[in-house]
Write a protein that binds this ligand. Structure first.
Ligand code: NAD
Ligand code: IPM
Ligand code: MN
Length: 368
């Protein structure tokens, strides 16, 4: 069997705390399904590395990482030490762009056993995907400051939408919607106020929709769309948005399902020219870092998405079942504080690892 080579980048803060449990769960499921996973850890792409080297990454980072099948990434950011734009443009955003990970795929699902802040919502009611454009849009480095230090001081930052860039994320989203039972795609726009790029986005949505006649499409301006996330999240199936809108929606969506601590994220290069990157949606959480209380589910679920990406569907489905089984038990000694429990990263991480191992034992007992 071939071995999947995975670059492990824990990063900063709780990234380093949740990563070990992600790896342990992946190892447990790999053992069950005879998948060979080969992990190599790197200390770069962290603010500690920056403090030592004056840069987030070594010169040869691209040659190093391109040899891997995937990158398993924790979180980056120590805003008191390195400005966030420096640490993030020097690491994660660089990976997304230089490895052309133009899809950012983020599930939003109300899991059994998880306390939902919205009234009268039960598991099954909220279950959709956010497809976020991940390489251009509002995240651009075109612009600058002029008349600095004068009364006319002005800053400008351009939004960039290319036809290729917009069309490829829309095609991905349409195709995802087409393969789901409800075949429904919602586009996030703001073409009333953002008068050049957003009407262009809408125009591309319309054009691409003609190739997917089975998919029902609608669009909402981003302001009311955030309200609908809270008031009628059941209407969504696949939601596609620009880089910034997708970013905002993918914290809001998981928060509506209980906590951002469980949400995973696949930064995908569908062409497979470069490694894809799997990470939790959340950041380094400096406010709780070092306490051992971070929710490890986002990190573990990101590992699940990685297996799915490589076509290990049975292993991926077991991993998701194990997460669900542990959450469904609702054991407050196990669940972390963000989920209303009293548990720790360790209690929740190990419970999921044990659950995977238990499935495995049952399976091998059935085989013999
Ligand atoms: P954050 O996601 O780190 O934290 C937001 C809030 O959610 C905090 O109160 C935090 O304690 C809580 N939280 C987040 N993850 C949690 C978990 N797993 N378990 C329990 N609680 C959790 O966002 P922020 O505060 O805006 O950013 C902090 C730093 O992380 C900044 O430097 C930011 O730039 C960076 N960041 C990095 C990434 C990434 O690497 N992908 C993503 C978002 C933010
Ligand atoms: C995310 C994060 C990043 C983003 C930040 C840390 C640059 O919020 O992955 O959602 O905005 O994409
Ligand atoms: Mn974000």
């Amino acid at each position: 069997t071939t071995s999947l080579k995975i670059a492990v980048i824990p990063g900063d803060g709780i990234g380093t705390e949740v990563m070990p449990y992600g790896i342990r769960c992946l190892q447990a499921v790999a053992q069950a399904f005879n998948i060979s996973l080969n992990f190599t850890a790197f200390n770069f792409a962290s603010c500690e590395y920056y403090q030592k080297h004056g840069d987030m990454l070594p010169m040869d980072w691209k040659e190093t990482l391109v040899k891997f099948d995937a990158i398993y990434f924790g979180a980056v950011g120590m805003p008191d030490v390195v400005p966030d734009n420096v640490s993030l443009w020097g690491s994660l955003l660089k990976f997304r762009r230089e490895f052309d990970q133009y899809i950012n795929l983020r599930p939003c699902r109300l899991m059994p056993g998880v306390r939902c802040p919205l009234i009268d919502r039960k598991p099954g009611d909220i279950d959709f995907w956010i497809v976020r454009e991940n390489t251009e849009g509002e995240y651009s480095n075109i612009g600058g400051k002029i008349f600095e230090g004068t009364d006319r001081e002005t800053v400008i930052q351009e939004t960039v939408m290319t036809k290729t860039g917009v069309d490829r994320v829309l095609r991905y989203a349409f195709s995802l919607a087409q393969h789901r039972p409800r075949k429904h795609l919602t586009s996030a726009t703001k073409s009333n106020g953002i008068s050049i790029t957003m009407p262009y986005w809408d125009e591309r949505v319309h054009d691409i929709s003609l190739s997917y006649p089975e998919v029902r499409v609608d669009k909402y301006h981003i302001d009311i769309l955030t309200a609908h996330f809270v008031q009628k999240p059941d209407i969504f199936d696949v939601v596609v948005g620009s880089n910034l809108f997708g970013d905002i929606l993918s914290d809001l969506g998981p928060a509506c399902t209980g906590t951002i601590g469980i949400a995973p994220s696949g930064n995908i290069n569908p062409d497979r020219t470069f490694p894809s990157l799997f990470e939790p949606v959340h950041g380094s959480a400096p406010d709780i870092a070092g306490k051992g209380i971070a929710n490890p589910v986002g990190m573990i679920w990101a590992g699940q998405m990685m297996l799915q990406h490589f076509g290990y569907f049975d292993a991926a489905s077991l991993m998701l079942q194990a997460i669900e089984a542990v959450l469904a038990r609702g054991d407050t000694e196990v669940l972390t504080i963000d989920m209303g429990g009293k548990g720790t990263t360790q209690s929740l991480g190990e419970a999921i690892e044990k659950e995977i191992q238990a499935f495995t034992e049952k399976q091998s007992a059935m085989e013999t």
